[in-house]
Design a protein around this ligand. Sequence first.
Ligand code: PLP
Length: 397
Amino acid sequence: MKSKSEIEKKFQAARRLFPHTKKVTYFNAASYGPFSTLVQRAIEDNVKLRLHVTRDDSHDAFETADQLRSTFAKFIGARMKEVGVGLNTTMGLNIAAFGLPLKKGDEILLSDVEFPAAVYTWRAAAETRGLKLKMVPSTDRKFDIEKLNQAITKKSRVLCISYVQFFNGYKNDLKVLAEICKKHNLYFVVDGIQGMGVEPINVRKLGIDIFSSGCQKWMLSPQGCGFFYLSEKIQKQLSPPFMSWLGVDWKVQFTDLFRFDLPYFESARKYEMGYYVVQNLLAMKASATIFSDLGIGNIKKHNYELIDRLADYISGNKFYRITSSMEPRHRSSIFTFTCPGYKELHRMLLKERVILVQREGSIRVSVHLYNNQADVDRLIGLLESFSAKSKAAGGAA
Ligand SMILES: Cc1ncc(COP(=O)(O)O)c(C=O)c1O
């Protein structure tokens, strides 16, 4: 166990890996995470290698993919054979929507405040497979367990939900949801992207069937990066919605390619798609070292402490109103608040080089491992002057 000051030093060192911190105050990982110099180096090294190629490096990516499956498996409490390298979140959701053994009339339960990635994927599956989508009504824009229980019928077969809701940071209680899924024999599919890297998770313990996450946000990798988890149990039930020539085991020997009878991989790798986006794999691998080094539990704690500082200020200034949940079970690294003239506030913050977004009527602050107290204090200072100006102009709430 490392002491608090040792951990703090590690976070300070991690911040130095992110050059953007010298120029802007970045609170926008929930949209797109910034690159570290480790990612930069990984990509640049590969470009150099390919520019001045002196050997057959066409198979290197297989080893990198192996390392990534193993790393992601550790991060989420899975076995390596349950993890596949993906391209984004949507890929794993598609494996669920088009690969799960479902029949006409089966009901798919989604939240009415779900991110569109799951909704459109399941909508297409519903249209082609004759499934029925049921949007579970939220209460106060938070997923409502009681309403879920009311929505479940004998035809319900799947619950698909985000770990953390993108717009207000509401973290769903996966343990409770997993128990409901078990009780009603529902497949449990989780879009993990808004919690991946900032909320520890153990997918096996929870009993999640399919978990999918892009790595372009909190995992601080390029767009087009991701992975999916398919539990051992679910792999036996899935039919492949697509197939690639690399879904079978060539033992990395490509001299005898007229072999059309090779067995499929008996692992999530079966669902990967052809050759890899090599630079993205290398970038993900480099970025993952930051998470292994700091520990996802420590990152969560670091982010929550910074959010507490901001939340304390916001709660003390009646001009502002917190719109995200601060309940320990439901809070996350996404913090949201609103105020009169929040759009104007957003414009002002961008001008001041505080990078964040508005979502659904609130300002969304995504706090991550490279942020520090000075970032939060800078934001607080700007909020204080905005509220003072608005109050002086008669716009107080
Ligand atoms: C909850 C959630 N799911 C999925 C995505 C993105 O999906 P993909 O990684 O497939 O582009 C986002 C944000 O862009 C999101 O917030």
